[in-house]
Write a protein that binds this ligand. Sequence first.
Ligand SMILES: Nc1ncnc2c1ncn2[C@@H]1O[C@H](COP(=O)(O)OP(=O)(O)OP(=O)(O)O)[C@@H](O)[C@H]1O
Length: 304
Amino acid sequence: MNSPAITIDGLTKRFGAVTAVDDLSFTVAPGRVTGFLGPNGSGKTTTLRMLLGLVEPTAGRALIGDRPYLQIRRPAQEVGAALEASSFHPGRTGLGHLTTLAPQVGVSKARCREMLDFVGLTAAADRRVGGYSMGMRQRLGLATALLGDPGVILLDEPANGLDPQGIVWLRGLLRSLAHEGRTVLLSSHVLAEVRSTVDDVVVISNGRLVRASTLTEFEDLAVHAVGVRTPSPASFVALARERHWRIEDAPGGFRIHGVDTATVGSAAFGAGIELHELTDAGADLETVFLQLTGSATPSMGAVR
Ligand SMILES: Nc1ncnc2c1ncn2[C@@H]1O[C@H](COP(=O)(O)OP(=O)(O)OP(=O)(O)O)[C@@H](O)[C@H]1O
């Protein structure tokens, strides 16, 4: 196995009485997209800021390769980061923002134009960033992160503000960066948003690690669900009780957890219950995420 591109080791950050990050340890592999997931306020941004040497840890280490960020000699060529979409000088143009950074990154103005083109901002290159939409700022943040052609890319909620086409575009872009062997770590508080983008997931809650695994392993935790529509709901509910299925009301029918379509179909057939719809509702990944992070709420629907 490749040695980790990022190592978080016993990392802790306290702000007065608030423990933002609490003895956190995980690694991030190169050539993969890793989703750094957790509810609002769980410590994702603080962790990324410690990785970038912007916040000093109370304890523990955050390493890029084998060293802390502040010990990297030419950091922009090793690590690119987009932490907050709003931290641009509003009076500068998109191109002006990149060309201001170019000397310290060690790249030419041509590279700045190339990166603006890469993120789809050529038409807005000479407009002031103050007038950019949230999605345009995200794109500019990405261009900034990629300016030095870094091997490690850290992105804080990069899909925020992007329209659906933008999200598809971002997904393709991140996948191709990982395919080139780069390390991509992106934070999000919405698992569904990154589900089709990431290979690995690191889930945190209250600053602590909840789970670090491949997405596939994470999906295995999820209970599959089956959707059913029937003209005989009372008989179907009786069947579900008899079989000890976990069943809940869903629009126009029911949702049954922890069984597959074949089991439900043959049981209904055996009981003489007509079904008008029998669908695989997929793995209920969001529920697993909410349960693991302790952010499940009663509004998720009553289960019978
Ligand atoms: N500079 C600071 N001073 C005091 N408390 C802070 C500071 N920065 C972060 N915190 C606190 O640390 C905790 C973690 O915040 P952080 O921004 O890292 O979470 P997050 O997971 O990135 O949240 P979000 O998804 O909302 O961006 C929160 O309780 C936050 O209020």
